[in-house]
Design a protein around this ligand. Sequence first.
Ligand code: GLC
Length: 727
Amino acid sequence: MKYLVFALVLLVTGHLWAEIESRAEVLLKRMTLEEKLQQLNMSFAFDTNAVPAATKAARGGLGSIIWGYCDPVSRNAIQRAAVEESRLGIPVLFCNDVIHGNFFTFPGSLGLACAFEPELFERCQAYAGREAKAEGVDLAFAPMCDLARDARWGRVSETCGEDPYLSALCCAAQVRGFQKHVAACAKHYCGYSAVTGGRDYNDSEVTPWTLQNMHLPAFRAAVDAGVLSVMSGFNTWDGVPVTCSRYLLTDVLRGQLGFKGFVTADWAAVGQIVNWGCAADDVQATALALAAGNDVDMCSSAYVKGGKAALADGRLDLATVDAAVLRVLRVKEALGLFERPYCEPAAVDGVRAAVAREAQDLAREAAAKSVVMLKNDGALPLRPTVRKVALVGPLADDRREMIGSWCGRGVATRETLAAALRRELPKGTELAVVPGCQTRLEPPKKTLQDGTVVYDSSQPDGDFQLDIPGAVAAAKAADVVVLAVGEAQFMTGENAARMDLGLTGNQPELVRAVLAAGKPVVAVVCSGRPLALPEIWNGAAAVLYAWQPGREGPAALAELLTGKTGPSGRLSMSVPRSAAESPSFYNAPRTGRPGSGQYRDVNEHGAKYPFGYGFTYSTFHYGKVRIEGDEAVCTVKNVGACAATETTQLYVSQKACAAGARPERELRGFRRVTLAPGEQTDVRFKLTDEVLGYRDRGGAWHCDAGDYEIRIAKDAASGEFVNYARR
Ligand code: GLC
């Protein structure tokens, strides 16, 4: 039956594509070469001054635009110029970086992946897509399907972590969510996160084995979920800029994954093939990129400048250009842009208000589930007996740093942590709020008309009113200290590599002073990457790692601190001991000498906190894993004092794989179970080929007969295995 349904879906989809193909092909036959090259050209407009030029370009057949300005009226004016004044009336595709929210901001994806609940991504991105569509965005440049392995790389904040299985589920869910309203864009294809040294825009060395089994799975899942576009990465693969890698863009993406949509380069990456030293000029760069399968030139104008010459001297053939144009036209058809090219400016405020109303609880739930409790000596949840709380640190009374590094226009959290904590603490509890320092040495802030607090970059950098003594005094006078620290908002994201994984600005000095005050300290850490904070790990009584929790982050944290909600997040990315051991990730091969070859100058090895790690407010006991037929079973019991949600994880390990050294263990299933005190349940996972297997270098799936170590554990570093002999 399943196969019959699948065949029907294929038939319908194929028919749909064929239908779109015929309409797009008719249009293609009428297009001039100039119009074809313009259709493959993506420009940008970020403010009102850019509108006249964009309108003129639309009249001339511009294919797509990065619409950072976001004004729906101007958007329709540009679109009207395309639809009603250009020769063929082909609508412009309006694109934007809607990464974890458009105006209403959800948690950043590295944090949200810690919920181990892909369905949350689908719900959040559906709201983000709905809001963006209302403003006239047709395509969101998300999900980011890259695999995070190096905390020095600033863009780990945009990924769904270091595990390919979890990332694949989360990215496919994002595609489903977005594409209820707009086209999604799986980026940055492929291997971009493996940049040398964690330095953005660098080369990346990824073998075919690692590509197939680590970096491709999330893209494969996005393609299987029907993603309509893919963005090629800034990196090289096997020495070739991905933007002109025929192997990756055509042989693998279209040949192996079956991708049908269009590929856009990343910003100016076509022109930058010249910078890589792989093309002499735009003409050669155009020929290489189009021939490789890169359909759209984002913001380098190389195609419109070099396309004609590349065709004239035979380095590019027209059939390649036509195929690229068809793919772009088909996505526009699939989006209904020919029938409904305009948005409704009058509806924007209503949609925004509806999303803010409807999505607030979801955003708070998502933020709460993204927080990982790394430690708790009993200080959490704050007891009712606690009568005086000191809330110190730069994130105590701030609405910027938690919002995330790709927050779109959701410029601030709804409230500060101080306001949320004041609401959630028991009546009569004293709360002293002393930020003590900033997250960075930056210009002072200013408050906009709507109350949003932003950095006032018009002022010179200045020494802030540091008040570390004030923070220490508040700590000494309190029963418990909540220390809210983290990375400045733009210390992660694009072009934000770091050599050091410590706190920024004056925070290290503040942390040392507050820890020395001698009171129990609960650390709340917000960051777009895992940080190495040994003083906090050792000195705090409890640690909540909150990543970039978005607009409802403060509300979620206040509920977790007071116990209204219990923490359930599990690390989507390992927390390294220091930047020196990056890249570091759990799913590494055994090596020929397991446990040897460690650094000589330290005596603690491996991640400080491994992938999958995290505590709840209760305690769970895992029984021995049992094999029952083709299932792995484990009895999990809540042996603590309160109900809680535990994320049980299935790890597999093939003991002898002649095709290549597989990871010492790989996540291949997880199940969140909510149990009352004393309650237990059997957690079961079927050991199918899909769970046990791997891909060969050509992308074919294999599941070898032989022995496998099977674990059902609370994180990637725990759990005894049981042997499973697959025949
Ligand atoms: C940037 C980023 C990419 C983004 C694009 C459009 O350079 O690499 O993630 O979607 O340009 O802004």
